[in-house]
Write a protein that binds this ligand. Sequence first.
Ligand SMILES: *[C@@H]1O[C@H](CO)[C@@H](O)[C@H](O)[C@H]1NC(C)=O
Ligand SMILES: *[C@@H]1O[C@H](CO)[C@@H](O)[C@H](O)[C@H]1NC(C)=O
Length: 736
Amino acid sequence: MGNSGYLPLSGTKPARGYFLFRSYAVSVFIAICFIFWYRLAYFPLLEVETPPTQRWVWVGMFLSELWFTLYFFITVVVKWNPVFRYTFKDRLSARYDDEALPGVDIFVCTADPRIEPPTMVISTVLSVMAYDYPPQKLSIYLSDDGGSDLTFYALLEASRFAQLWLPFCRKLKVEPTSPHAYFQTHPQPVDDSALANQWFTIKKSYEDMKSGIETITKLGKVPADIRKEHKGFDEWDFVSSRHDHPSILHVLVDGTDPNSIDIEGKALPTLVYLSREKRPQFHHHFKAGALNALIRVSSRISNAPFILNVDCDMYSNNSEAIRDALCFFLDEENGHDIAYVQYPQTFSNLTRNEIYGSLRVVMEFELPGFDGNGGPCYIGTGCVHRREALCGTKYSKELAVEWKAMKHDRESASSIAEDCKALASCAYEENTLWGKEMGAKYGSLVEDILTGISIQARGWRSVYLNPEKTAFLGMVPTTLLDTLVQHKRWAEGLLQIFLSKHCTFLYGRQNMPLKLQLSYCIYMLWAPNSFATLYFVFVPSFCLLKGIPLFPKISCFWSIPFLYVIFVHRVHSLVEFVWCGGTIRGWLNEQRMWLFKRTTSYVFAIIDNILMLCRCLKSAFVITGKVADHDVNQRYEQEIMDFGASSPMFTILATLALFNLFSLIALGTKKIAVCDVGMEVFDIFGFQITLCCLLVFVNLPIYQAAFFRKDGGKIPASVTLMSSTFALLASALAIY
Ligand SMILES: *[C@@H]1O[C@H](CO)[C@@H](O)[C@H](O)[C@H]1NC(C)=O
Ligand SMILES: *[C@@H]1O[C@H](CO)[C@@H](O)[C@H](O)[C@H]1NC(C)=O
């Protein structure tokens, strides 16, 4: 194609309102400068009669504010220059007909049939099988780290149901293509009776399959008569446990076999079940290990140049997502250095006001900002990779291999199954670069972020695409503890990267732009936020009781920059949140979760990192979530916070909440009564009183859960007792 006729396959939209954002950022910086001026000019060192505590508290305030400023600066760097992309799929179709399109391998990872029910897993698998893409070019691989015959049975059933489901999706242009989600959201069509009939038949066979699988899942094992139906079940004769078994690999639909067709005679995508070998003496490296086994096995079977990977709870909600991603890779001018196209992580089961927070702002503003700074991080799911980049190739203009050169003569997949099993064995990776230079990286709690960094550090670019119609929908944890534990794991892994040789400033020095190296800090430094936040939650209220002022008088000039920063910063956050579709109550919930995460998850993340650095290794705080039951789900849907367990995290939350409450009460009874001029007290302590009131307001659900609720989600009495004691002791210490 001559360059004259070149039309790009994608474009970028200018960010709306970014002038406003920049003015906001600059003005806040100016106000912050005034705050530091005040902190230095009024440092209590100069007055001889000040008690030493006051000096130290002042230093603490100064350091906390310094930290907040640093973090604010990083946030501004991330959001300064966002990029919003869109694609021209019609141009892609015009340039590439079905024959010319590249192959795409899709990896779905599941780990445990008890936590991830097989019916959910196959809904995801069916949703990606039904992509609007030539089926002979698609191969779907399910990695089952649970090594469960229940999952295998479900997939076998799904491969049969696909023969009905795929033609149905084509004919009715079904969206979303996950049968579970589709039948949940779409009522039976009323108009066309032939259509309605077909709809009913398909729904019936889906329900039958689903209840069959559910029955057997409940039973816990596959009955003998079903086992006889497929020779694949024989493999489970050699499985002693999920941690000790040989590789199990079955090609359930072989795309090269002319008999693999749906009921309309059209080809079906290849479908492979893989459970890699597990042995107690070998480390399995969690999801990264599963991903690397899949990369190797798929290279032997289909070797597609592009790989989509999704979590098993994340179904496709947009059947054009693959074509969208290819618009970036196949762009003749700008596609050669793109390693991956990341889609946002969005959730199907958020409640209206997102009681445990969401990743809304991250997905709508921060990742586009990453994109503008050099490329989004890889977030582990909903991402289309270029195979060579994932496999460890360094980017260079000359070496860039055309994907067309990767043509692969496909042998009948069933005939090479034995070779593939060797590729998925434990010993295969011994003394190789897998997990180090090749494939997904091992040794991190956030192996996805680390893998993304290493790809970018090898000179590749990445792209973030957030199409109007959400590409993937996953699940969020539905209890507070699960949410906090999840964030603890993330914050811990990210801080670990920051403290390791993989820190972007070292590792990405050569190939990542400085602003991208800096952008990663917004996540890598999640955990250290806890120090400054804890300080602000505890010390101002403590000093309020002690009678030490920490902020300027409301009536004096210096209060203006403080007021400006506090007010404008929060208004910006609210506008940003509502702008990307949130509700006002959702924003309040987000603020609460912001506080909860910073005072618990991040604190434990820091402690674990310190223990690890001291080689005390294993995490001292084992905090486990619990299996959600009916009550828990009901409370989640009603947006009632679920505590329920006695976790050290809740003790911290309740202690801080109660301490602020006590401070406020003590202030009301003692200080105001003593000082006959209440206004004067407010003038001196205005900021501290307001902060204390805000904290009490944000913590309202905690008081409710500790003292007024009767249901199973209340704070356990032991936690309430312990927290009250701590909070009372702290208050007493302050007053006397
Ligand atoms: C969220 O997921 C849970 C567990 O899968 C489910 O029971 C619940 O109904 C979902 N909630 C919403 C609001 O979709
Ligand atoms: C998922 O897809 C459906 C059907 O196309 C669409 O109506 C819906 O808005 C999508 N969901 C989200 C969260 O975007």
